[in-house]
Unconditional design. Sequence first.
Length: 247
Amino acid sequence: MVDRLDEVDKRILYHLVQDARNTSAPMVAEEAHVSAGTIRNRIKQLEADGVIRGYHAHVDYERAEGRLTNLIIGTAEIDERERLTKQIADIPGVVNVRQLMCGTGNVHVTTVGEDAQELARVTRDVAEMGLEVEDEHLLQHEEFRPYHAFGPEGRRDRQSIADFMSLSGGAEVVEVSVTPGAEVDGMTLSEANERGLVEPEVLVVSVERDEEILTPRGDTEIRADDLVTLFARGDLPEKTIAAFTDD
């Protein structure tokens, strides 16, 4: 399990669920104020972490030669549930299996068949695996939507802040995406310190650029679309955040 996703990760997930086929890295990058390389790198990391488990077409089987879709609701013993769901998933005609955290009706199986006779055959195969079938329903229609809290309507008031965390003792960590035209855009960290744009109590922890995580040094140049992580033992000064975000 990934303990924390920042706003860039959430926006990626939102758009991939909404329309994975037509979602491009540059499109998400423009909205999140980072580079396309950063988006591609984040997608790889989300896949490696198991947050993104695959990409699947949402098929309307009724339009595909008038096939029928059936939902089987069944009950499996808790210690047998995982084994059963894996075996049931391999039955021809089964297209989806879900485990639920409940006592009865804890396994939902979606099946597809050319007619009622074929659906009945699949149901028998499912029951023979050991699932106690409680009920069945022909599926008429299904809709999928992305999680709203990960999308534009769920964003923070300050769009260019990618993540914010309050630590014990009043310390704060903020991840900001550097917007084009921000005061620090094109400056080295030394120059930003000399001009008072980065307060002395603020530490620049990291700079994420495309597929690299840079260790900040005095000669590190800050560029538009960088993701910069800032740390302060108290409240992060608004002046410093504004220098990175053009607010």
